[in-house]
Design a protein. Sequence first.
Length: 255
Amino acid sequence: MHLTDQAQSVDEARPSYLFVITYGRSGSTVLMNLLNRIEGYCIKGENHGIVNELAKATHSVLRARADFGKEASAPSSPWFGIADIDPEAFGAALARVFERSVIAAPHGTRVAGFKEVRYSPRDVSEAEYDLMIDFLAKYFVGSRFIFNTRNWEEVANSGWWRNYWSKYTVKRIVEVSNQRFSRSIERLGDRSFLIDYSDYKNNPTGFDDLLDWLGESVSGDVIQEVMSEKLSHADRVFRPRSTKDRMKRFVRKFQ
């Protein structure tokens, strides 16, 4: 499945879906909070990477039918019935269930979506990441994507990263993730927007280009309110991991 396979009839004025693609401690919660201050927007928070699994499931059906469909016409075949499955209908159905049950935007929402951080090499492979982006781009017609990045050293010194992971590991996770984002932006073209935490850190005007791209406006007072609001997870205490635990997790994710 590739982005070029789907000719989208996008309503340029108002996209139906907006997804924030990022990693942890990137400033994405502030970004999400701002987006939800726009009238008619409903951008939900993280869902533990559910779409990653939906995309893999859709791809599995596609592969099964392609690989075994021709030899599965008889009841004696172990793949009997696989040729009757419609992968496109299956993927679309999963997307609609996700839309209704996970995003669950209220009536009157103009732009719905969510933000998620589970796209790094410790969460999905290169191929699985591409499947996820393709799934969102294909089955959520009119979708647009915000890719949110941050300097890896700032990420490494923020939240759980500084206690759970070595700086070398965080550097690799952030750099690989950013490379993935760049690849997606190249493929998605005008449907994507790149913003870095440094653009809006202590800078209310740092959202101007993003708002222009969205075709929306937010008052300076609201932006200032969002930026001064204390995040609910800011004071969480994270138990440091031992060097041995860190190494085990690193080997498991990158082997």
